[in-house]
Design a protein around this ligand. Structure first.
Ligand code: 5GP
Length: 181
């Protein structure tokens, strides 16, 4: 399902998923999620900042009552081997007893998600599921089932649709392969 489309010809990166393809997949996920959460009033949690476009499109594609909240964690690349993750912004809502869906941009090593799952589970929600637009090879190390996945990808570094390289490229209207040349 990878495509290089002419409408991205002005962007010097190879497109993996264009905006149209993403929106169509997001709509499918939205209907599946709406079906699973019928009558439950779940809380959708956006993982800032990368999850922002996926979250925005996904929540609009879920035609049932839901509530929105935001969380942010920071991984320390300098101490990657120790896997330090710190909470930068916690949820504002009380989620004890609620049905919670974490909405992530990408699961790579799964370290950030593992941290967030454990943090949210400590607040005793009724249920906790995860939606991730992209799931990288090896992400299974998170040790928690990711119920909703847009696409499985390889180990390549991707940018756009919320994903950055050094703070840039988040606003590209699709997912692209990052390359230096
Ligand atoms: P983790 O390795 O903990 O699963 O990934 C943590 C974070 O690293 C992700 O939420 C994302 O912000 C960033 N990340 C991982 N892989 C990529 C990638 O291919 N591209 C970009 N832009 N960020 C990534």
């Amino acid at each position: 399902m990878r495509n290089n489309t002419s409408n991205f010809s002005n962007i010097p990166f190879q497109a993996l998923f264009n905006e149209e393809t993403i929106l169509s997949r997001v709509k499918e996920l939205g209907l599946q999620i709406a079906n699973d959460y019928q009558g439950k009033n779940p809380v959708f949690v956006c993982v800032l900042r990368g999850g922002v476009y996926f979250f925005s499109d996904l929540t609009k594609a879920v035609p049932i009552p839901i509530e929105l909240d935001f969380i942010q964690a920071k991984s320390y690349t300098g101490t990657e081997s120790s896997g330090n993750v710190e909470l930068i912004k916690d949820l504002d809502s009380e989620i004890t007893g609620r049905d919670v869906l974490i909405v992530e941009d990408i699961v790579d090593t799964g370290r950030t998600l593992k941290f967030l799952i454990s943090h949210i589970l400590s607040k005793k929600p009724n249920s906790l599921e995860v939606a991730s637009l992209l799931f990288k090879e090896g992400g299974e190390a998170v040790g928690y089932p990711i119920k909703y996945i847009g696409w499985n990808i390889g180990k390549e570094f991707v940018i756009g649709y919320g994903l950055d390289y050094d703070g840039k490229f988040r606003n590209l209207p699709g997912v692209f392969l990052y390359s230096e040349d």
